[in-house]
Design a protein around this ligand. Structure first.
Ligand SMILES: C[S@@+](CC[C@H](N)C(=O)[O-])C[C@H]1O[C@@H](n2cnc3c(N)ncnc32)[C@H](O)[C@@H]1O
Length: 325
């Protein structure tokens, strides 16, 4: 199968006010509406690509999470991604030689559509399916590797989902979830992002900056969808709690690692600024600057701040573990 399952529900890219109101009391409906709304513009919004830049980024997260002995024995044969979004993590991991083939899954039909389309256009051996991470629609012992990026914090019962991950892994198979917000990191990231949004929207009202302003209806739609963002982001994590959940779910060799301290303090304002200006306005020079600064500060975080700052103060936490053989 090379495209999303024919029985999968259709994407709903435009949420009505009634749907948004209903979603306030139904987090899974909120996930679908919010992420269906984002799907077609998601890669641009988050500067996601499938070239060397993001291949290296995805591989970097994988290598930071797993022991070196694992890195020497790649590739895994069959991989699954939960909450794949547009396929950023798994498609780039396959391109990086981490897995031969994979299944991309997400609760949002719009995301599965884009992820399978991206996989197809890259010529990768990828299939896609709409799936809830709390009830993974695959047989026991199916996958050699399960991955996720920025998904656990959206799932109501994270431990249940990790139990499902262990169930669908083959014995000895590994899972890696990266890009999860820590409790402390989320606090400073949100504050900086809010400040950037308010300042940029006000600044764009200044005379002469008309071409930098997004049309009002787009900003209104953004604000309506942004209201859902508060509902879809369910958790932040303390690394020790995440380790406990993975162990309770039946995994062994559980480890967490964290990264991005000063890099997150720069990264969040940059990403928020990018989402307030018209698509394509900033160009490749900006993307290079943003990625270059992020890379430099990540180096400072790994080589300087890591020695003095507690693990839980970094913005991102990742967790890996193995299904017992
Ligand atoms: C922040 S996005 C991350 C997307 C992608 N992994 C990335 O890093 O670009 C979170 C994704 O998780 C999906 N999601 C939320 N709740 C889910 C659930 N219960 N089961 C599966 N996917 C879910 C959303 O639809 C969304 O696509």
């Amino acid at each position: 199968m090379t495209s999303s399952d024919v029985s999968d529900p259709a994407p709903q890219p435009r949420a009505t006010q009634e749907q948004v109101d209903a979603a306030r009391h139904d987090t899974k409906l909120a996930q679908v509406l919010y992420h269906d709304w984002e799907a077609e513009s998601y890669d641009e919004k988050w500067s996601i690509s499938y070239d060397q830049r993001c291949v290296d980024y995805a591989r970097g997260r994988f290598d930071a999470a797993v022991p070196e002995s694992v890195q020497r024995e790649l590739p895994y044969d069959r991989a699954l991604e939960l909450g794949c979004g547009t396929g950023f993590f798994l498609l780039n991991l396959v391109q990086a030689g981490v897995a031969r083939r994979g299944s991309v899954t997400d609760l949002s039909p719009g995301m599965v559509k884009v992820a399978t389309r991206n996989g197809l256009s890259l010529g990768l051996d990828i299939d896609g399916r709409v799936a809830d991470a709390e009830g993974i629609p695959y047989e026991d012992n199916t996958f050699d590797l399960v991955v996720g990026h920025a998904v656990l914090h959206h799932i109501p019962d994270v431990e249940l989902s990790l139990r499902e991950v262990v169930r669908v892994l083959k014995p000895g198979g590994r899972f890696i979830f990266a890009g999860e917000p820590t409790t402390v990191g989320n606090r400073y990231a949100r504050t900086l992002a809010d400040l950037t949004w308010k300042t940029t929207v006000q600044a764009m009202k200044l005379p002469g900056l008309g071409s930098w302003r997004r049309p009002q209806e787009e900003l209104d739609e953004n604000s309506r969808a942004a209201a859902l963002e508060w509902i879809v982001d369910l958790h932040t994590f303390d690394p020790a709690d995440l380790e406990k959940m993975a162990t309770n779910a039946g995994a062994v060799q559980v480890q967490t690692a964290s990264e991005e301290f000063s890099a997150a303090m720069l990264g969040w304002p940059i990403r928020t600024f990018e989402s307030t200006v018209p698509p394509g306005k900033l160009g490749w020079g900006w993307a290079k600057f943003a990625f270059g600064s992020w890379t430099t500060l990540s180096w400072v975080d790994s080589n300087v701040w890591r020695r003095v700052v507690p693990k839980g103060w970094f913005y991102n936490v990742m967790v890996t573990g193995v299904k017992p053989s």
